[in-house]
Design a protein around this ligand. Structure first.
Ligand SMILES: Cc1ncc(COP(=O)(O)O)c(C=O)c1O
Length: 399
């Protein structure tokens, strides 16, 4: 008999909204009454509060995380003819923002445990670029993927050795820390996304650059408003990437909840780990199974995503979809194999760790309001798939 199981959504926004509805609606009403919609007092106030919570002196609100990456890198001096080394295992904006600066992305492979850019691979890539002398590597852009900071000790050494700027793609990592230093104040500048699925999320698109460098702040602010310091005097060609006051007002309310939400995410990750162990599903040297997410002891992971590695990933995902259990794959095609980036000249096999990860990762539902019974339903469904898969494998081998 087929088990009838409850469905589990990948993310249910409405649960969070119901807990903060009154506060958020009051903040939005205040903006409506003030009629100051663009870069109003709420933007200034959110920029100050958010940057302070990241340990940075300055915050520059902007239209999206993609724009924040562009502004952070351009602010740090990345421009035409430069190169920026980054991860091939990230969202597309990580690479496209480098191109938006007029620079060229150079990819380096990731670490197989954390899925984050490897500082050793970055070192090799910079040495190679120096030998080729095709472009000056101006910056390195590590991504704090899934909410876990990249291994910053290694990147600090890269910065010292090669004199490059470090820009954090912290889009997925608001509230995360490395050795007690918050994401957003590890590098020369950082970019955050407040896309609605993020740990700190707006009611639309929004982003933030953080930095403690006054020159970077000045340039990023200038570029987000058409290079205009004095009205209708354009010092350089920027763009319109202003943050609007409604988004800032929503974000400032939610900012206060981030520590509690991060803890709730960590608790849910620990609960999944325990459930997988109890179910005997965790891979070890003797058995194929679920490889649980690796948390570096130096990092305070905020589990933007809870990502396992599994063999037969696509078959498992199809089964879970059938069982009405939401999952996602972040990201199925590494950036160096995206057709729009073919002109960079990379090919399959160039970054084997990233390519393997792209074939095996599976993100399971995780958010602060996710219930324990829902998590158990996810684990039970995976256990069921495994049992039937093992039975099929036994049958196949007995022919
Ligand atoms: C790693 C990473 N970088 C950049 C971005 C771009 O952010 P946004 O969607 O706000 O432009 C995202 C979010 O989608 C992301 O996950």
């Amino acid at each position: 008999m087929k088990t009838v199981r409850q469905s589990v959504q990948m993310l249910d926004f409405s649960r969070q909204f119901s807990t903060i509805e009154e506060e958020v609606m009051a903040a939005i009403e205040e903006v409506c009454r003030s009629q100051k919609f663009i870069l109003g007092p709420q933007v200034t106030s959110f920029e100050a509060a958010a940057s302070a919570s990241c340990g940075a002196f300055f915050g520059i609100g902007c239209a999206s995380g993609t724009d924040a990456l562009w502004l952070a890198m351009a602010g740090a001096g990345v421009g035409s003819g430069d190169a920026v080394v980054t991860s091939p295992f990230s969202f597309f904006a990580t690479a496209s923002a480098i191109l938006r600066c007029g620079a060229r992305p150079i990819f380096a492979d990731i670490d197989g445990l954390t899925f984050n850019l490897s500082s050793a691979a970055v070192t090799e890539a910079i040495e190679q670029a120096q030998l080729d002398s095709t472009a000056t590597v101006k910056a390195v852009l590590p991504v704090h993927l899934y909410g876990q900071c990249a291994e910053w000790a290694g990147f600090t050494q890269v910065r010292e050795r090669f004199g490059v700027a470090l820009v954090e793609d912290a889009a997925q990592a608001f509230g995360a820390k490395w050795n007690n230093t918050p994401a957003g104040s590890l590098g020369d500048a950082a970019a955050f996304s407040f896309y609605p699925t993020k740990n700190l999320s707006a009611f639309g698109d929004a982003g933030l650059v953080t930095t403690s460098n006054a020159a970077i702040e000045d340039r990023a602010k200038l570029l987000r408003a058409h290079g205009m310091r004095q009205r209708y005097v354009h010092e350089e060609v920027g763009w319109n990437s202003r943050l609007d006051s409604i988004q800032a007002a929503v974000l400032e309310v939610k900012l206060r909840y981030v520590p509690a939400w991060s803890k709730a995410r960590r608790d849910r990750a620990a609960a999944y780990n325990e459930m997988f162990l109890q179910a005997g599903l965790v891979a070890d040297s003797a058995m194929d199974g679920v490889v649980l997410p690796f948390s570096d002891a130096r990092a305070e992971h905020v589990f933007h995503q809870y990502v396992v590695r599994v063999p037969r990933r696509d078959a498992l995902r199809a089964y879970l979809t059938e069982q009405k259990i939401g999952t996602e794959v972040y990201y199925p095609i590494p950036l160096h194999l995206q057709s729009s980036l073919a002109f960079l000249g990379y090919k399959a096999g160039d970054f084997p760790v990233a390519e393997k990860a792209a074939a095996e990762v599976l993100a399971l539902p995780i958010y602060p309001e996710l219930r324990e019974d829902e998590q158990q339903a996810v684990v039970d469904a995976i256990a069921e798939f495994w049992k039937s898969g093992n039975a099929q494998a036994r049958e196949a081998s007995s022919y």
